[in-house]
Design a protein around this ligand. Structure first.
Ligand code: ADP
Ligand code: MG
Length: 447
């Protein structure tokens, strides 16, 4: 996908304010009603409509008037929100060329103020699977955008958390720098994916190193689950870096043995085919290092000693929760099963939808107690506040006050059993409750 960052320069504060308003609206709406966007963005003199046209022109939003008039974010719109936040935080100052296109991600070079070049991964979880589902099941079509926002954000959060934890334990991984929404910034790996390498000086050594990583991961309680020539980078000195972590699982996962064996098998097959390694030869009968391996030299999952709790303790501390893990695993496994059974994919996507909706309901229930909501979101989002945002506190207070007022009006209107002013279209407006989280409020006021 083309990421024309020049557009960023032409986008005004109002443009980002409206873009953020759409993002906020998407918490509860597949397509965010135009009126709701206007109420959240609160631009003067009906300015929202002009801005929406501009955002549409730049393909940052998608317009949908099939059921009611509204908009949703495009990938590009979500990309720009994340990039803008990164730039505001001083993580990087510019976006360069695209260096990778994964199945469910796009990777770009980004440059820092001091000239350092880093890698930025924009997750697109759901890009492949949802396209397949969309073509089969009409009723999911309107849900897809809702899911990719949530899933891609989860994938980025998980990738960042795992990269950090793995780095701490001296695994050869890129250095995790920052994450926001569906975007992860990390150090740029010098080298190439192993799949592009036709010759090695020391194929046996490289093979042993790679196999050693799989075993050491299991000793730490983890399985990569996509450990293959596409996710292993190698440089000119034949130094290995492992990448791509959103699908990793704990060794206590019910299919752990299968995932582990699959990772091992991928490595064996690749080295056999590409570098003609014969594995019987790599085993020396007098060598103790063959302990815990089968007759072909494949490590046995059941014989690997592990220090339990790594995943739970360290990753829970990183902000990536068990619930996050369950949601993302459900999606990944649902997608994998779908290759052989399309119905099960739909089931699991459905389940995930339910869980997202449930989560939103929970959020909204909390929102019924306004003071409670303010305290809660204030605490959980505080760490993301920047100096600039702090300076906008006054602005924010005003925004919060006004939104709360709108919300009260809408709730009162709903209680009176008539449609609120804002919900006269056919959309199911959740009462202008807007479940505004304070981070987004802050963002709105800081654009
Ligand atoms: P996906 O999850 O979509 O497979 P990956 O993380 O595997 O995405 O990245 C896709 C490609 O992007 C990789 O094969 C590699 O070529 C490139 N890439 C990813 N991360 C980096 C990095 N940190 N440095 C350099 N190249 C990278
Ligand atoms: Mg990959």
């Amino acid at each position: 996908m083309k990421l024309d960052v020049d557009v960023l320069r032409y986008l005004s504060k109002d443009d980002f304010r409206v873009l953020t308003a759409v993002e906020l609206g998407m918490r509860n709406h597949e397509i965010v009603p135009t009126e709701l966007i206007d109420r959240i963005a609160r631009l003067k003199h009906g300015g929202t409509y002009k801005v929406l046209k501009n955002l549409l022109k730049h393909k940052l939003l998608h317009h949908d008037s099939s059921k009611y008039d509204g908009f949703r974010l495009t990938y590009l719109g979500y990309d720009y929100l994340a990039i803008k936040t990164m730039v505001n935080k001083g993580v990087f100052v510019g976006v360069g060329r695209q260096i990778g296109v994964g199945k469910e991600s796009d990777i770009f070079e980004v440059v820092c103020e001091d000239g350092t070049v880093l890698a930025m991964k924009l997750h697109r979880l759901g890009r492949v699977s949802f396209r397949a589902v969309k073509s089969k099941r009409d009723y999911l079509r309107h849900r897809s955008s809702y899911n990719w926002l949530y899933l891609s954000r989860l994938a980025a959060l998980k990738e960042f958390a795992f990269m950090k934890a793995l780095e701490t334990h001296s695994f050869p991984v890129p250095k995790a720098v920052e994450h926001n929404r569906h975007c992860v910034v990390m150090s740029l790996v010098q080298g190439y994916p192993l799949v592009q390498v036709k010759q090695l000086q020391n194929p046996e050594t490289v093979f042993e190193t790679i196999l050693g990583i799989v075993v050491r991961l299991a000793e730490h309680g983890l399985i990569h689950c996509d450990f293959n020539e596409f996710n292993i980078m190698i440089d000119d000195d034949e130094k290995i870096t492992m990448i791509d972590f959103p699908q990793m699982v704990s060794v206590s996962h019910r299919n752990a043995q299968m995932y582990f064996d699959r990772d091992v098998e991928c490595i064996f097959k690749f080295f056999q085919k590409r570098f003609n390694l014969s594995f019987q030869e790599t085993i020396d009968d007098n060598d103790d290092s063959d302990e815990g391996k089968d007759e072909d030299g494949r490590p046995c999952f059941s014989e690997i000693e592990r220090s339990a709790g790594f995943l739970d303790k360290e990753l829970a501390a990183s902000g990536f929760t068990r619930k996050d893990e369950e949601d993302i695993q459900r999606f990944i496994e649902g997608g994998a099963e779908a290759e052989t059974n399309s119905d099960s994919e739909v089931d699991s996507v459905e389940d995930l939808n339910e869980s997202i909706l449930l989560q939103d309901e929970e959020h909204e229930n909390k929102g019924k107690d306004e003071s409670c909501e303010a305290a809660e979101s204030g605490a959980s989002e505080r760490e993301d506040a920047t100096d600039e945002e702090e300076n906008e506190m006054e602005n924010e207070a005003e925004l919060t006050k006004s939104l709360n007022k709108q919300r009260r009006h809408a709730i009162a209107a709903t209680r009176r059993g008539r449609k609120s002013h804002a919900s006269r279209n056919s959309y199911k407006d959740k009462g202008g409750r807007s479940s505004l989280n304070s981070k987004l409020q802050k963002q709105l006021s800081s654009w």
